[in-house]
Design a protein around this ligand. Sequence first.
Ligand SMILES: Nc1ncnc2c1ncn2[C@@H]1O[C@H](COP(=O)(O)OP(=O)(O)OP(=O)(O)O)[C@@H](O)[C@H]1O
Length: 620
Amino acid sequence: MSDTEYVPKRRRVRSPSPPKQSNESDDDNYVPYVPVAKRREEKFAKLQSWGVRSGRDRPKRPQDEAEEREAELKEEELKKEKARRERTLLLEAQDVLKKKTEQDAKKTVDEKADEEDAEILEAIKSRRKLASDLELAKGIQYTDPLTTDWRPPRFVRDRKPEENERIRDKYHILVEGDDIPPPIESFRDMKIPQPIIDYMKSKGIKSPTPIQLQGIPAVFAGRDIIGIAFTGSGKTLTFCLPLIMTALEEETKLPFVQGEGPVGIILCPSRELANQTFENIGAWCGALAQSGKYPQLNCLLCIGGISMSEQSHTMNKGLHIVVATPGRLIDMLEKKRFTFNNCKYLCMDEADRMVDLGFEDDVRNIMSFFKRQRQTLLFSATMPRKIQDFARESLIQPVLVNVGRAGAANLDVLQVVEYVKQEAKMVYLLECLQKTPPPVIIFSENKNEVDDIQEYLLLKGVEAVAIHGSKTQEERQYAISSFKTGKKDVMVASGVASKGLDFNDIQHVIIFSMPKEIEDYVHQIGRTGRSGKTGIATTFVNMNTPEQTLLDLKYLLIEAGQKVPPFLQSIEDPRVAQGRSLSGCPVCGGLGHALSNCPKLEDTQRRQMASHRMEDTGGY
Ligand SMILES: Nc1ncnc2c1ncn2[C@@H]1O[C@H](COP(=O)(O)OP(=O)(O)OP(=O)(O)O)[C@@H](O)[C@H]1O
């Protein structure tokens, strides 16, 4: 056997041989055997290094691993960020809630009540402003007041603003608005025609009252106006005189013929008030015509319950002024008995009552007959904030002229409040009538009670007439004229006669049953103490009078510097204990309660809901 060790055949594998040298033997080329498993492993590793991969558990390259790791980190970071944000939002929400609770806790009772009031006011806010449907539909909105040719005298124009302010302060006139015309202290300087000045003098009207000396120049200047002044302070003249002057100017330029006019319209909430204003205008226009220097102006009374044919003589001429209640006016306009083609002046007397009485939609309807921009005037002795706000939205750059607090009582009225048991009222009434000589007005809230009182007085020999809504127009007119002319000493009336009626020298107003709304009380006592004269108002209250009404009354007496009887003094205002402010109610102007307790609120809401229902069902 040779020295060469035997190697089994399967082990005799040639490894890659180095280059052969000439003398090298075969043993030098020997390559050690590598087992198959190991070789597979090596081959696999090689393939891996070439990037050939497949399968789930394929080993990863370090570069891939780094990328994966980075992605994982990013994902983790995102998750953390999301969680952090969610937590922050949650915390923020909790913080806000906490702060709000703290703020709410810090809020005074007053602030909370104010917020509540604002919500209620928003809820009862009229949905549409006081403008014609046509204007609302077409989006017509006038921005500038009307211009007129009227100018104040030079010395007034040259006055410094401080001087105007001084005059306003002197007469306790508060004004709001832009570019307010100056106050003028004499009718002559207002450039009112001499025959009217002479006529007014004969009626004891020599110099303008505060509402007149600021209101008339503002209306002459073409401005929309909200005029608020106490009862009997001469508001009627403030809106009638400028209308007469406008009509006069137009008639002088080009006389009116049949079918032309009116130039302006005065709207009133009651027939009696319309009639009274119509008579006043008639007298002033008559004074102009009788002077022989001025033309005759024609005025039409347009109210329910009267036959329009009686006024055909006026209708057959050119028409300058119309005084009306809403219903009859709409009827006449719809029948085209006259048009508003040239009408540019709309005045609402007792404007708050017009809205209160549910005439709001009628007023919009009337406005839709106007063909061009109009000058709008609203007047009243009581104009709660809600109505002032509403009016301001509807007028064009209005001037607000306020003499005293809106809704305050006339200081020329001595107010006496007496506790009289229900069953003792009639007897005590007779006693009360002895306080002053006639004329006396007795007010009651109830039509039947009005009739009962009249009957009782007649039985006792007192010359009394009665007026209320269920009487015929003739009965109403008879009652007013016989009382006005002094044929009758006493007039027993429901609310009808309380607004705006101007009777001569009423000595005494007796309020037999206290009205629920303090505004009505203010209007009722305002039938006396007019045009600077003094008068007495006696009011009966008892257990049937709601405590809130008594509180309103108590504050009104305090405000007017009147004596507060002990039983009224003892009534506590619940707002004091609650630490709430004692500001007046924005809906009725009462000083003794907050908005949420307003007796008028319920009525207002009910009326609004009814009118909205009508609109929703297309009934409007
Ligand atoms: N400048 C004046 N000087 C004196 N009296 C006047 C003056 N202006 C008006 N009057 C008279 O005062 C009375 C009351 O006026 P008017 O009826 O206009 O009051 P009012 O403010 O409208 O009251 P109400 O709010 O009750 O309707 C009338 O008889 C009127 O003639």
